[in-house]
Design a protein around this ligand. Structure first.
Ligand code: ADP
Length: 258
């Protein structure tokens, strides 16, 4: 999908980057970072040049999910060179701080850091730059959607009503600033046990119903499973596994192909 012309006028583009896609959720803990990381990996597996910018300054997880603790270097012009892991260019507060150090800054400074991640990092020559936004509709999200020309936004939710309520708020935020909604990803859609029985732990059909109500596509459903959690913890997102080997990897591959 292309950014809608006039709505994006006056916003900044990122040099060399063809498409900027924001991944957002209303509620925290629904798997937004997991989906961002896996979409980035799945797109890279399709042969696209991909970057992932962790805009969740207060809870950065990209460094951990990609298993890297490298420190980014800067050029003479003070531009930051992104870290590269699993075929994806990365930037995250997690590369700049010790793992247990909290980010203690107020909104305006956090917003400034986020802007720097987008403007002062040498993303260069990317088909897709994925932005892992913080949960909710606060300062950082607003600054990004108002100042950067986004191709579109992907909303992550679980099927549960409390997550859907917050997902709706995120959808309204993007709609208000005329950012096209690419669709909804329903994470933790079900748990499948060895016998092939599916247990809809967080409810059934919530993503589909919501997508229909909001008139946006349901891009995919990701099951809750141990490999998705473990691969993330081990620094190698589950989408790196062959699609035939894991249902989540297969789902991310389908989304990347679409
Ligand atoms: P958010 O970015 O929305 O806060 P995360 O991506 O950090 O959420 O996910 C929260 C936790 O749930 C993480 O520990 C992650 O490994 C786990 N998780 C997310 N999606 C899945 C899934 N589909 N299957 C299993 N575990 C998942």
């Amino acid at each position: 999908a292309q950014a809608g012309g006039s709505a994006q006028m006056g916003k900044n583009t990122i040099p060399g980057v063809k498409h900027v896609i924001a991944v957002a959720s209303g509620k925290g803990g629904v798997g937004k970072s997991t989906v961002s990381a896996n979409l980035a990996v799945a797109l890279a597996k399709e042969g696209y040049k991909v970057g992932l910018c962790d805009c969740d300054l207060y809870g950065p997880s990209v460094a951990h999910m990609f298993g890297s603790r490298e420190r980014p270097l800067a050029t003479e012009d003070n531009e930051i060179i992104p870290i590269e892991a699993h075929g994806v260019k990365l930037m995250s507060m997690g590369f700049l701080l010790e793992e247990n150090s909290p980010v203690i800054v107020r909104g305006p400074l956090a917003t400034q850091y986020t802007q720097q991640f987008l403007k002062n990092v040498l993303w260069e020559d990317l088909d897709y730059l994925i932005l892992d936004l913080p949960p909710g509709t606060g300062d950082i999200q607003l600054t990004i959607v108002q100042t950067i020309s986004l191709t579109g936004a992907v909303i992550v939710t679980t099927p549960q009503e409390v997550a859907l309520i917050d997902a709706r708020k995120a959808v309204s935020m993007f709609a208000k600033v005329n950012v096209p909604l690419l669709g909804l990803v329903e994470n933790m859609a079900w748990f499948e046990c060895d016998l092939g029985t599916r247990y809809p732990i967080f409810g059934e059909g919530g993503g589909q119903r919501e997508a229909e109500k909001l008139k946006i596509p349901l891009l995919g459903q990701i099951p809750i499973d141990i490999p998705t959690r473990r691969q993330g913890d081990d620094g190698a997102p589950v989408a790196l596994l062959p699609a035939e080997a894991n249902a989540s990897s297969a789902a991310f591959t389908r989304i990347a192909k679409s």
